[in-house]
Write a protein that binds this ligand. Structure first.
Ligand SMILES: [Zn+2]
Length: 184
């Protein structure tokens, strides 16, 4: 009897884990913007590249995120000259590296002070394919929002093994992640 109930509990825990891990695939970096409930948090961003192709990738990615959730809005503009948040390029000779994002927290806190996000123009796929650029820019902005990588089994822009030519906008799991990270 005791053995049976232990087995039942174990099965229940296992099933809960399996259900939870597929329903809540998103994960967090631990860094968040200081958003107050009920308000949209606006993040001013400037370009750190003059290249119109790479600017366009970030323009698309910003639109993709801004139109898919209401918690954090990116304002990417050449007018934002004094912003510390910036998007640009790096040239790293590594075809497995698509982009990079660094969030800098306010000292002694987990709140984001500012971020930098870059496309790796040392990766031929980034140079040659527009949807791959958009997907990469969107992924890096996802990190800037506070989202971390998800399991390879999930269709998400935060999945680093995604097909960047088909998954290039925020998916349901990514949007659920932002909404969970920044409650109303
Ligand atoms: Zn990443």
């Amino acid at each position: 009897m005791r053995k049976k109930s232990l087995l039942t509990v174990t099965t229940l825990i296992l099933m809960t884990f399996i259900f939870t891990s597929s329903a809540l695939a998103y994960s967090f970096t631990g860094h968040t913007w200081s958003k107050t409930n009920g308000n949209t948090y606006n993040v001013s961003v400037k370009y750190a590249t003059t290249n119109t192709t790479y600017r366009a990738a970030f323009d698309s990615a910003v639109s993709d995120w801004n139109s898919s959730q209401s918690k954090i809005k990116f304002n990417l503009s050449a007018l934002n000259v004094s912003s510390l948040n910036k998007v640009g390029t790096q040239d790293v000779d590594n075809p497995s590296l698509y982009g990079v994002c660094i969030t800098y927290p306010i000292s002694g806190t987990a709140k984001i002070s500012y971020f930098t996000a870059d496309l790796n123009i040392g990766n031929p796929n980034v140079v040659n394919y527009s949807k791959t650029r958009r997907s990469t820019a969107g992924h890096e902005l996802g990190h800037a929002l506070g989202l971390d990588h998800v399991s390879v089994l999930v269709t998400a822009i935060m999945n680093s093994s995604r097909d960047r030519e088909t998954v290039y906008t925020p998916q349901t799991d990514d949007i659920n992640g932002v909404n969970a990270l920044y409650p109303l």
